[in-house]
Structure formats: C-alpha cells, structure tokens
Design a protein around this ligand. Structure first.
Ligand code: PLP
Length: 367
C-alpha cells in the first residue's frame, strides 16, 4: 500500500545529509572534552554543529547549550533561570506546563492566541522575579503567538522570557535577537535531525543554573559527555533547513489546497486556528461528533499517518488541552486531528488524504 506520512509535527524523517553526518560523527569517537588529538577532532565536529544551530536562529555559537531535546531545553529554561513565578500560556507543550511546581497559566482567545492583557495583569502582580514562557508556534494548530510583544511587555516589568520554538524553527524565520527573548528551545527531530538532541539558546546576560550537574560540559550549563553523533546530525539538519525556506512556501500552498478541498467536499469539517497566522505546514481539522481516535484508525487503515493532539499524548487520545483552552466544546476538541506536512509530501498525498476524509465523513453520515 502507498503510504502518506502527514505527521511532521510529531517527528520528521531524517534528511540524507543528517544520516551521513551522524555516521561520520560515530566514527569520530573521541571525547570532545579530551585534550588529545581524538578529543580535539570530536570537538571540531561539535563546534561546527554549534555554529550551524546558532546560524539557524541568528544566535552566537556561545549561546547554544546542547541538550537531550526540546523537553530538556524547556525544563532547563524554566528551572535553570531560577525565576518565580513561571507564567506560561495555557496552550504550551506539556514539557512547559509541567516543568516546575509553581506554574501560572495565562488564558488564550478562541484562536489560541495568548491574552496579553492577562499577561500584563499577572506581571503587575508579580514584580521583577518572573519568567514568562510563550511558544512561537503551537504544535497542534500551528498558530503563531505574539512572542515579541509578550517579550517587550515582560521586559518592561523586569521579567525574563523563554520561547519554545521547537515547532517554529525551520518552518518560519526565527531570529533570536529580533524576537527579543532571553532563552529559546529547539529540537533536532522536528527539522530532519536525529531524535534525542536539542538546544537551549541562552542570551549572555542570563544566569543559568544547570539542572544536570557533573563534569561541567557546555560551559557548566549542562553536564554529561555530549551526544556527538546527534549533535552533528542536528547541525547539518539546521544548516539544510536554513537553505530550504522555499519548501516551506510550497507546503503552505499544499496545506491551503487541502483545506479548500475539505471545505468544499465535507462542509461539516472545521479548520481550527484558520483565521490567524499559522505555520504553513499545519492544519488542525475537526469533524464534530467523530472521536479523534476513530478518525486516526480510519486514516491509518487508509495508509495515512496523522495524529490527534500532540504525539506525546497519542496512544491515550483525549480532548486536547490546547483546543479546550481555546474554549472549544468536547465534540470539537475531542474530534480534531492534526495534519502536518513536510519535505517529501506532494499533491498525491493531498489527494489521498482528501479522498479518505470524504469516505470517513460519508460513512459517519450513513451510520
Ligand atoms: N515543544 C513542542 C512545542 C513540541 O511540539 C515538542 C515535541 O513534540 C517538544 C517541545 C518536545 O521536544 P522533544 O521531543 O525534542 O523532547
């Protein structure tokens, strides 16, 4: 059966150049902290990757702290900055929502955009010690948050700002300095890199306490011998992502065509977040009254990989916290799937998805 992978927000297939870089780095087996030649060779590989990752988001190589992925980067940001309270939007990834004990959530509007008045009010009450965490693009809806505005507001009140750019990096231009945040999270496997590696970008004025202590790697900010093959793959993936912005525009055109055809052929379907700026590759589609789990099974049988909510919670499909926070009732929040396009998708994938969606809707109606 021909299969269509439309779940790139869960993870992306590694790029061929990533696979090659990982293999090369496995052969470069020295410890990057060793002073001898083998160690120095490994360190060169690591520092090249650091430059490539920094380059993707316009940061300095010294700002990059390699981690085991987006989850650790988010945890390091929110615990390592030592700020209290932690103010986060209600649609953040669970790795932000559950990063620490004292998390205060900020409401979002019906489009999933954080309420800046609520942020202003919370900042007035908290004084200078807070950290604000707002994601750049949501993993379920693709909706883009007003991060720069939130950062300016937070800074006026002396707060620090973290941004989870795990989904946004490589799918839209991300510039660390223009965004105006203090710390920013990235993950390699959302951009054609390997799993289990990511980075926290840390501005040099931020004092970050490590959450993993030991040998003092990453300038004391994250101990543990570095995952050199993963880091090398991450670097190459970041460099390739920077070079392939055109692909992103092509994906947006395909996503728009998909939504137009679904609207024509299945009028009951509803696009969530479609009225505001979104990542070009993402579509969150609800078929009211048809549980997401039923939809996932139908698409899987049709050879199409999509997901409900975030991948981290699939397997236990429940109404998404993101859609609930947007005020959507259960017959929509529990009945939405996410289609996320990436390199390698073409119009045949869109045709297959639209046909399967139409079949599903017709079956449900007949039942
Ligand atoms: N943040 C967002 C917005 C995500 O979508 C994800 C993964 O789905 C993460 C963080 C976690 O990243 P990782 O899988 O690298 O731990």
């Amino acid at each position: 059966m021909t299969r269509s992978y439309l779940d790139h927000n869960a993870t992306t297939p590694p790029r061929p150049e990533t696979v090659a870089a990982v293999a090369r780095a496995l052969a470069e087996w020295g410890n990057p902290s060793s002073v001898h030649e083998a160690g120095r060779a490994a360190r060169r590989v690591m520092e090249t990757a650091r430059m490539q990752v920094a380059g993707l988001v316009g940061a300095a190589p010294a700002d990059v702290v390699f981690t085991s992925g987006g989850t650790e980067a988010n945890t390091l940001a929110l615990r390592g900055c030592g700020r209290d309270p932690i103010l986060v939007s209600a649609v953040e990834h669970p790795s932000v929502l559950e990063a620490a004990e004292r998390i205060q959530t900020l409401p979002v509007d019906g489009d999933g955009i954080v309420d800046l008045d609520a942020l202003r009010g919370a900042l007035r009450n908290t004084g200078k010690g807070a950290i604000v965490s707002i994601m750049l693009a949501n993993n379920e809806t693709g909706v883009i948050q007003p991060v720069s505005e939130a950062a300016a507001l937070a800074h006026e009140h002396g707060a620090l700002v973290h941004c989870d750019a795990v989904q946004a990096a490589a799918r839209m231009p991300v510039d660390f300095r223009t965004l105006g945040v203090d710390v920013l999270s990235l993950s390699a496997h959302k951009m054609g890199g390997p799993k289990g590696v990511g980075a926290l970008i840390v501005a040099d004025h931020v004092r970050l306490a490590p959450i993993i202590r030991g040998g003092g790697q990453e300038r004391g900010r994250r101990s543990g011998t570095e995952n050199l093959p993963g880091i090398a793959g991450f670097g190459v993936a970041a460099a390739s992502a920077e070079d392939s912005r055109d692909t992103v525009l092509g994906l947006a055109a395909m996503r728009d065509a998909l939504e137009t055809r679904i609207a024509e052929q299945v009028p009951a379907a509803r696009v969530i977040g479609g009225e505001v700026a979104r990542l070009g590759n993402t579509s969150c589609l609800a078929l009211p009254g048809v549980p997401a789990e039923t939809q996932l099974m139908h698409f899987d049988l049709a050879g199409i990989a999509v997901s409900a909510g975030s991948a981290c919670s699939s397997g236990k499909v429940k109404a998404s916290h993101v859609l609930r926070a947007m005020g959507l009732p259960d017959d929509i929040a529990g009945c939405a799937i996410r289609v996320s396009l990436g390199d390698g998708n073409d119009s045949a994938d869109i045709d297959r998805f639209v046909a399967a969606y139409r079949t599903l809707a017709a079956r449900v109606q007949a039942a």
